[in-house]
Design a protein around this ligand. Structure first.
Ligand SMILES: O=c1[nH]cnc2c1ncn2[C@@H]1O[C@H](COP(=O)(O)OP(=O)(O)O)[C@@H](O)[C@H]1O
Ligand SMILES: [Ca+2]
Length: 411
């Protein structure tokens, strides 16, 4: 559990800032509920904050986290059923937040790439059902409490989360870190440029002015829809874009030669399988993957000299293949992903891992980092699922942003 008084939390502690408040201040506890409607699952994050004085940013005390699968987008034609999955998680909030605080606790759901990819009407039907559910709940329902978040915010808010948790947002000598988020349907890269040339070279679309805790930032953030790990599988198989064909067999040299299977994504059943043994393996797989990546991504040179935290599927696949510890995370090099991809892909014809996409996923991650973003083989990545026991997710940044907007909103 998070220690409220540990130095890495809270803003008014001696280690991070000169202490302005005294220990006599009465702590003021409040809560925030943030739902992440991701493409592969829906998650609730219940945050407990403490406001020690109005001059300071709130102090994060604790997070309660729960998730369900599949994500809302899997209920594309059953919006009521989709909302039921949210209801189950919301009941948890009632059990954990004292009833005296319900009416002052905001509840918000933000959907990401799964819903961005659905036809607008279908996505709206799902969101309306959730909105109704929130309005019937005893919690505070802000304006636009249920929405599809754009990729720019997703990147910015994840950057806020990681830099808050690593203590960078209120450190005097700010040394912020960049973030790499690899979801099911989209992926984000975000960092605070230090070189003027980065700001000059980047398209204006990817430079976002942003304010947090009384500081202003100009972040570089770029979200790529369709480049999440699961969307990439479809792209590599040639099944993304155009009309989905449920009768066709999609084949790839990244899959076990004998494989014949079906996979449901975004409400559609895809049949897929491997190729002949001679054409299976890392070399041919890498070539296939490059076709969907090459020249599709922006490569700001500065990223090669900056520290990046990588989470979500970067983390999951590294754990699945024993590259890092599942609890602690760890530091790896970009080339470690390549070595692992090579090993897994070369063994495709011999072993049946029960995880047929592993070769494809690792090869995609390798190509995305090297050929996509332009990282070096020897670039180090910090892989984390949690920092100080809090999930590495855009949701905490979103909760801070929400609190800030509720406080400055005109009555
Ligand atoms: O709270 C979290 N902490 C850490 N990882 C998370 C959290 N929520 C989701 N993830 C990771 O995000 C990935 C799934 O992406 P998601 O379903 O959010 O797709 P999307 O971002 O493209 O909509 C998985 O690797 C999952 O482990
Ligand atoms: Ca996500």
């Amino acid at each position: 559990e998070v220690d409220v008084f540990s130095p890495q939390y809270g803003i008014g502690n001696e280690e991070l800032l000169p202490s302005r408040s005294t220990s006599l201040n009465i702590s003021n506890i409040f809560y925030g509920i943030m739902f992440d409607a991701g493409s592969t699952g829906t998650r609730i994050h219940i945050y407990t904050f403490m406001q020690k004085s109005s001059a300071e940013p709130p102090h994060l005390d604790n997070e309660i986290f729960e998730s369900v699968k599949p994500g809302l987008s899997a209920y594309v034609d059953q919006p009521e059923q989709g909302a039921e999955t949210v209801r189950g998680l919301l009941d948890m909030a009632k059990q954990t937040i004292p009833s005296t605080h319900w009416s002052s606790t905001p509840v918000v759901l933000k959907a990401t790439a799964g819903l961005r990819l659905l036809p607008e009407q279908k996505a709206q039907a799902l969101l309306s059902e959730v909105q109704e559910l929130f309005e019937e709940s005893p919690f505070l329902v802000p304006d636009e409490c249920v929405s599809i978040m754009n990729g720019t915010y997703e990147g910015i808010l994840a950057w806020v989360t990681i830099n808050f948790l690593t203590g960078q947002l209120y450190d005097q000598n700010q040394r912020t870190v960049g973030i790499l988020d690899l979801g099911g349907a989209s992926t984000q890269i975000t960092f605070l440029p230090q070189a003027e040339s980065t700001l000059k070279a980047a398209s204006e679309k990817y430079i976002s002015p942003f304010e947090m805790f009384n500081r202003s930032y100009k972040l570089y953030t770029h979200s790529y829809l369709g480049f999440g790990l699961k969307a990439a599988r479809l792209a590599i198989l040639g099944a993304l874009g155009g009309k989905a064909d449920e009768s066709r067999m999609y084949r790839s040299s990244c899959l076990p030669p004998s494989l014949k299977a079906e996979w449901k994504f975004g409400g559609i059943n895809y049949k897929y399988g491997g190729m002949a043994e001679e054409v299976t393996g890392f070399q041919s797989c890498y070539a296939e993957v490059l076709k969907v990546i090459r020249e599709k991504l922006d490569q700001p040179a500065e990223i090669r000299s900056r520290t990046f935290y990588a989470f979500s599927y970067y983390y999951d696949r590294a754990v699945d293949t024993g590259m890092i510890d599942g609890d602690q995370g760890g530091i790896i090099l970009v080339k470690d992903f390549e070595m692992k991809a090579n090993k897994v892909c070369e063994a495709l014809t011999e072993t049946n891992t029960g995880s047929p996409f592993l070769c494809m996923d690792l090869t995609y991650i390798t190509a995305l980092l090297k050929e996509g973003f332009g990282f070096y083989d020897h670039t180090e990545l910090q892989l984390k699922k949690k920092v100080n026991n809090i999930e590495t997710s855009w949701t905490l940044g979103a909760a801070f942003h929400l609190i800030q907007s509720l406080r400055t909103a005109p009555e």
